[in-house]
Design a protein around this ligand. Structure first.
Ligand code: ADP
Ligand code: MG
Length: 367
């Protein structure tokens, strides 16, 4: 799938300005709720019309405001699974799947039968949507989308209506089912796990604007921008002051970090993913040597137990000695969180003191 989107659309109280160009079979769109993800898909599908710009899919111009091209939704050959995938309640499973197929009755019947089999819906052909489970409804909705072989299949938060357990199971199932389909997939989600697992390419949208586009793993590794770091789930972010070409001061946390790589001039923030700290398991009484850089002596403020991990909230101990300032705001910003596997935490040797090392490659330099 080759997709170019470069559009603007002004709505009351919201303006969409999305520009990206991608090549890849599975592409994700990630962004907070209300950031314009669904609106972007609707523009691609032709349900909404941008004020200006261009949309080109696999070399076919779907929309071009200058050339006055605006293909009707039914001429775009796009499958669109809506956020609240609505099946027609008064139609059976087989009728729902066949609704978009413009084929002679006999061929249509055959096609629907194939889909029913491929999607493991045998025996449910005559049932109505309210007589089948959420997972089954989901499969019917997906079957309905791909039965007519769209060039691109757009899935708008396809798993958000399901509970967590069903969601995991369904993700795996849907991936299997999508192998039956040969076109591109555009997946919208606010779940980073979902995107990371399914999509090779990624567009990040924030407040109506596409702020980053590229390889998913690369963006997760180096989100480059403050907003992007937040969206991929980076919990520790501090304002930053550049000290030298290879060192920065984390203003909110009160320590200096060696970056091990040149710091670009436009860097304004630092990020550290909560699971990226290294626990220095020193023997009690032995302070980690000064030869180690980026080591923080931590003052723990609270520990929250999760299913597999602890969230250890802490501050730089020396920060408080330095400032002695306990203002509410400072407390909020100076706190960091370390996410650690229970086993590692429970078996640590030094239970009196906590020293964490921040590996150079874990420092996110953000503009
Ligand atoms: P997302 O899918 O990322 O959660 P949406 O694309 O649904 O966000 O919506 C983005 C913004 O556009 C929201 O602020 C929403 O209120 C607004 N919006 C959506 N549809 C319309 C519309 N038809 N008219 C005016 N504003 C709209
Ligand atoms: Mg949406």
């Amino acid at each position: 799938m080759r997709l170019l989107v470069d559009i603007k659309k002004k709505l009351k109280g919201f303006s969409l300005e999305v520009a990206f160009s991608l090549e890849g079979e599975y592409t994700g769109i990630l962004g907070p709720s209300g950031s314009g993800k669904s609106m972007t898909l609707k523009c691609i599908a032709g349900i909404e019309t941008p004020d200006e710009g261009r949309i080109v899919l696999n070399g076919k111009v779907l929309f071009d405001s200058e050339k006055k091209i605006n293909l009707k939704p039914q001429d775009r050959n796009i499958g669109y699974l809506f956020q609240n995938y609505a099946l027609f309640p008064h139609m059976t499973v087989e009728e729902n799947i066949g609704i978009g197929l413009k084929l002679p009755q006999k061929e249509k019947k055959q096609k629907v039968k194939e889909m029913i089999k491929a999607f493991h819906l045998q025996g449910l052909e005559k049932k109505y949507p309210n007589q089948i489970s959420g997972g089954q409804q989901q499969r019917v909705a997906l079957a309905r989308c791909i039965v007519y072989k769209p060039d691109v299949l757009m899935l708008d938060e396809p798993f958000s209506a399901l509970d967590a357990h069903l969601r995991d199971q369904l993700q795996i199932e849907i991936l299997e089912l999508l192998k039956l389909y040969e076109g591109g997939v555009l997946l919208v989600s606010h779940s980073r796990d979902e995107i990371y697992r399914l999509c090779k390419k990624l567009v990040i949208i924030d407040q109506g604007k596409s702020i980053l586009c590229g390889d998913t793993k690369e963006i997760f590794r180096q989100p480059k921008l403050h907003a992007a770091a937040r969206i991929i789930g980076c919990k520790n972010i501090s304002r930053c002051e550049i000290i030298s070409s290879h060192s920065v001061r984390a203003v909110d946390w009160g320590f200096i970090l060696e970056t091990g790589r040149p710091v670009p001039e436009n860097i304004k923030y630092l990020g550290i993913q909560a699971h990226d700290f290294c626990l220095l398991d020193v023997v009690p009484g032995k302070v980690p040597g000064k030869e180690q850089n980026n080591v923080i002596k931590c003052k723990i403020s609270k520990i929250v137990e999760g299913e597999l991990e602890y969230n250890v909230y802490f501050r730089n101990e020396e920060l408080e000695v330095e400032n002695g300032n306990e203002s509410e705001e400072m407390n909020m910003n100076s706190e960091l969180v370390y996410q650690v596997r229970k086993e590692l935490w429970d078996n640590r040797k030094n239970k009196e003191n906590l020293y964490l090392k921040i590996p150079e490659q874990a420092i996110l330099l953000l503009g």
